[in-house]
Ligand binder design. Structure first.
Ligand code: SF4
Length: 351
């Protein structure tokens, strides 16, 4: 897949753009002042495969949390989300934080923008300008008749120009909308107009099923056109679910080659004699941390399962009270249904 050429920005140990692997981001939803809970969630996100964690910084006291997380040895890059106060952003820039997300247009006076740009520059950290349909300036909204794709892009480029005015170009841009077609249009337009790296996401996507579908279409269709350097799936869920969803999008597009384990399962039919839905869910959950580059099949019947999943490295095919384990379509053993998952895991261990 040919990717859009973008500048490269460094966020702690992770690079965004310039051909770097597409990184996955999420955001904590703990109270930022609760250092222990925030630390635990950051660590769970990192364990789930999150490359960059964003934390809201609602006030100057939040700076202490970023300092504490760094002093506890958190290695996943941290992004501080700041609104309306250049003083918080300036204080954060020297707290060890790895990137700041602001909208320069709402951070205060020109002098405030200059101070933030200088603080980030001297600490060698980038800024993400995060525009969404709710944050577009009134004058731009009036000119475009609402938060259209063109309005989102104009706002993002306007904010970038404010930073560029202070010779600051270490920038990542995002233009998010809750409407999937608008978000796609906005990012395609943005990609035409600038070479800054792009952070993709559908904002306010909703709860699990709806949000995963919206994000998969919005983020996935842009990535498939080579647009996008880092992604965040927004879910009204535990944030680790965002990581699993983002990783599945990257896997489905065969972009995430380091965590390329795939599970395929049949939709079941009248031939199915075992509880395949429970079996498939159990396999999904037990293999969620598997880093092997393999394809695992969970199929409903012994008649067609092994053959239909011949391209899988290993799989289970349900029988009547039993299951067959097969490799590349060849049956290797028959086990009782209640032992099937454990036996499958043992065989996967050996691969
Ligand atoms: Fe039906 Fe068997 Fe095909 Fe599954 S693998 S859909 S159970 S025929």
């Amino acid at each position: 897949m040919e990717r859009r050429i973008s500048r490269r920005v460094k966020v702690g140990g992770i690079e965004i753009g310039g051909g770097a692997p597409i990184s996955v981001q999420s955001m904590t939803n703990t109270d930022t002042h609760d250092i222990d809970k925030t630390y635990d969630q950051v660590m769970r996100l990192a364990e789930a495969g999150c490359d960059i964690v964003r934390i809201t910084a609602p006030d100057i006291e939040s700076v202490a949390t970023f300092e504490a997380l760094k002093s506890r040895g958190v290695s996943v890059p941290l992004v501080a989300d700041v609104h309306f106060s250049h003083k918080i952003a300036v204080a954060l820039a020297s707290s060890g934080v790895d990137k700041i997300r602001i909208n320069p247009g709402n951070i205060g006076s020109d002098e405030g923008v200059r101070l933030v740009a200088e603080a980030c520059k001297s600490n060698n950290i980038p800024i993400r300008i995060g525009v969404n349909s709710g944050s577009v300036e009134k004058t731009i909204l009036e000119r475009h008749g609402g938060p259209t794709a063109a309005a989102l892009v104009e706002s993002a480029l306007y904010h970038a120009s404010l930073l560029e005015g202070y010779d600051f170009c270490d920038i990542v841009l995002s233009v998010k909308a809750s409407s999937v077609p608008e978000m796609i249009r906005a990012n395609r337009l943005l990609a035409e107009k600038t070479d800054y790296p792009i952070h993709l996401g559908v904002t306010e996507a909703g709860a699990r099923r709806r949000a995963v579908v919206k994000s998969s279409i919005g983020i996935g269709s842009l990535l498939s056109r080579g647009i996008g350097d880092t992604v965040r799936v927004s879910l009204t869920e535990d944030p680790t679910e965002e990581i699993y969803a983002a990783r599945e999008i990257l896997r489905a597009l065969e972009i995430d080659t380091q965590r390329a384990m795939d599970i395929v399962s049949c939709p079941t039919c009248g031939r199915t004699k075992i509880d395949l839905i429970s079996l498939a869910n159990e396999v999904e959950s037990k293999l969620s941390g598997c880093k092997k580059n393999i394809k695992v099949a969970v199929m409903g019947c012994a008649v067609n399962g092994p053959g239909e999943a011949r391209e899988a490295d290993i799989g289970i095919a349900g029988g009547d009270g039993c299951a067959l384990i097969f490799k590349k379509g060849e049956i290797i053993c028959k086990v009782p249904e209640n032992e099937a998952v454990n036996r499958l895991l043992e065989e996967i261990e050996k691969l």
